[in-house]
Design a protein around this ligand. Structure first.
Ligand SMILES: NC(=O)c1ccc[n+]([C@@H]2O[C@H](COP(=O)([O-])OP(=O)(O)OC[C@H]3O[C@@H](n4cnc5c(N)ncnc54)[C@H](O)[C@@H]3O)[C@@H](O)[C@H]2O)c1
Length: 272
């Protein structure tokens, strides 16, 4: 095998991607499956999941899906067990599903949005943001480790956000503290799990065009402010995340653990 191929070899790996029916998670599933991994996508959207899984299997890739809500702990445990049963093991887990609990206190064009003001935020909205951006990552990691420890190792890659490091006024308030806590959790898990051969890292994307927040970044006017923050004149396309995902999941990434890796076209550099 060529040296380059060996470095990025993920063939035969058993992979789970949460929130893999769309956007960044879909890109993770694609890059792993295209390179010979066996991928199970967990997603709450049954139609999106069956469409995406069918598109990938039509390419000859080993991909299947389970309809799971990452906020449902018993369902998550059962879904992980089903992957281990079918693949014989679990090697790599992308804890990716997340939501914008929205709205933020500003509109994308900079006016105040009373619906996003702290005093008007429904408690359920706060709770949902924490449940699906933070507690869900805990649940995912817990189940991943349950299967990785007995086999002697694995890789966990968590999708955080640059909103863990800076504040975004158009995003629902609980998103920022949830993602900041995710970063801390990732580093804590890396400390706990390194001795068991389990590497834990976070990817911190800047703005990427996906379906999050109703796909608002597909709208040119809504993404203009984000484009102007980029140092390379554009925001992210999900294709941009594939190389980093493959790096962290392959032998080439063997020395990464506890890392919080920003991928944002330089937006954070301009802002801080
Ligand atoms: N798009 C961005 O600009 C951006 C920037 C930084 C971080 N992120 C993060 O990237 C991750 C993926 O978001 P995306 O932008 O690809 O969004 P997306 O909406 O395109 O994809 C998210 C996927 O997660 C699924 N999902 C939502 N709630 C779920 C639940 N309870 N259980 C299981 N699946 C669920 C959705 O059905 C969807 O398929 C999130 O953690 C998000 O916070 C996105």
């Amino acid at each position: 095998m060529a040296a380059l191929e060996k470095m990025f070899d993920v063939r035969g790996k058993s992979v789970v991607v949460t929130g893999g029916a769309s956007g960044i998670g879909r890109a993770y599933a694609e890059i792993m499956a295209e390179h010979g991994a066996r991928v199970c996508i967990f997603d709450i959207d049954p139609d999106g999941l069956s469409r995406v899984a069918a598109e990938m299997t039509a390419k000859g890739w080993d991909v299947w899906g389970q309809v799971v809500d990452v906020g449902d702990r018993p369902a998550m445990a059962a879904a992980f067990d089903a992957v281990a049963e079918r693949h014989g093991r679990i090697d790599t887990v992308f804890a990716n599903a997340g939501i914008d609990p929205g709205p933020g206190f500003n509109t994308p064009t900079g006016e105040r949005n009373p619906d996003g003001a702290i005093e008007n935020t429904p408690d359920e909205q706060w709770d949902r943001g924490i449940a699906l951006n933070l507690t869900s990552v805990y649940t995912t990691v817990k189940n991943a480790v349950r299967h990785m420890k007995p086999k002697g190792g694995g890789e966990i890659i968590v999708t955080s956000s640059i909103a863990s490091l800076i504040n975004e006024s158009i995003v629902g308030t609980s998103y920022m503290p949830a993602k900041a806590a995710v970063n801390h959790f990732v580093r804590h898990m890396a400390m706990e799990l390194g001795a068991y051969g389990i590497r834990v890292n976070a990817i911190l994307p800047g703005p990427f065009i996906t379906n999050i927040a109703g796909g608002r970044l597909r709208n040119k006017a809504d993404r203009a402010a984000f484009e102007s923050q980029s140092l390379i004149g554009r925001i992210g396309d999900v294709e941009d995340i594939k190389g980093l995902a493959l790096l962290l999941a392959s032998p080439a990434g063997a020395f990464f653990t506890g890392s919080l890796i920003v991928i944002d076209g330089g937006s954070l550099t301009r802002m801080t």
